[in-house]
Design a protein around this ligand. Structure first.
Ligand code: PGA
Length: 232
């Protein structure tokens, strides 16, 4: 079971360092390789103790004239080899198209990164039924080489992100079972995962891990979530 923290635009460089120290202190007995943190770009650092570090975003070049972006060179400084691609906030708020996302995927694939690839539907699609739901979700794989080995899928229904209302166990099973059958990849669930619901989510066979936003922001709380997930 893998526990992935997505800080989004939260925490500073200093508070991320404090967090890493505090979380590591709580991770005795937890296997290495199961905890991954995506801090904001200004707080990127090397992996430390049991905590691996990935990038929330980067541009698909080594370096160059891409104002405001970071590329392979900046990630390389910290030995970062994991990246989040396709998060709904980047698709919706930052306007990343499927074509643009596919270019990122290709570049980081070519550079051997583990890609945590996010998909998820808005409520309006979910309400149209299963056919519309899967048509939408599968369209988010357009241009994506799903045969790439080092690739994890994160299913995050948009209506469950940051709302406090997670998808139900049945909602998660429906999508995860289908994705498992189709791609046979490691599958994370994300969307209001918290201490109160991690045990039920972790018990789902087709859930291999969780991607956690709000409930990952405090080290103590995330450590508790990890412990509950591991004994579930
Ligand atoms: P949330 O965010 O846990 O705050 O719902 C999850 C995510 O967007 O990765």
């Amino acid at each position: 079971m893998r526990f992935v923290a997505n800080f989004k635009m939260n925490h500073t460089r200093a508070s991320t360092q404090e967090y890493i120290q505090e979380l590591n202190a709580h991770l005795e007995g937890v296997d290495s390789g199961n905890v991954l943190l995506f801090p904001p770009a200004t707080a990127l650092c090397e992996a430390s103790g049991k905590i691996d570090i990935g990038a929330q975003n980067a541009y698909f070049e080594i370096n160059g004239a891409f104002t405001g972006e970071i590329g392979l060179e900046q990630l390389g400084e910290f030995g970062i080899k994991k990246i989040l691609i396709g998060h709904s906030e980047r698709r919706e708020i930052l306007g990343e198209s499927q074509e643009f996302i596919a270019k990122k995927f290709e570049f980081f694939k070519a550079n051997g990164f583990e890609i945590i690839y996010c998909i998820g539907e808005p409520l309006s699609v979910r309400e149209q039924g299963q056919e519309a739901l899967f048509e939408y979700l599968f369209s988010e794989f357009d241009g994506i080489d799903t045969s790439y080995d080092n690739f994890t899928i994160a299913y995050e229904p948009i209506w469950a992100i940051g709302t406090g209302v997670s998808a139900t166990i049945e909602d998660i099973e429906l999508v995860h079972n289908r994705l498992k059958a189709q791609f046979n990849k490691e599958l994370l669930y994300g969307g209001s995962v918290k201490v109160d619901n991690i045990a039920d989510i972790a018990k789902i066979d087709s859930v291999d891990g969780v991607l956690v936003g709000s409930a990952s922001l405090k080290a103590g709380g995330f450590a508790e979530l990890i412990k509950k997930g591991l004994i579930a």
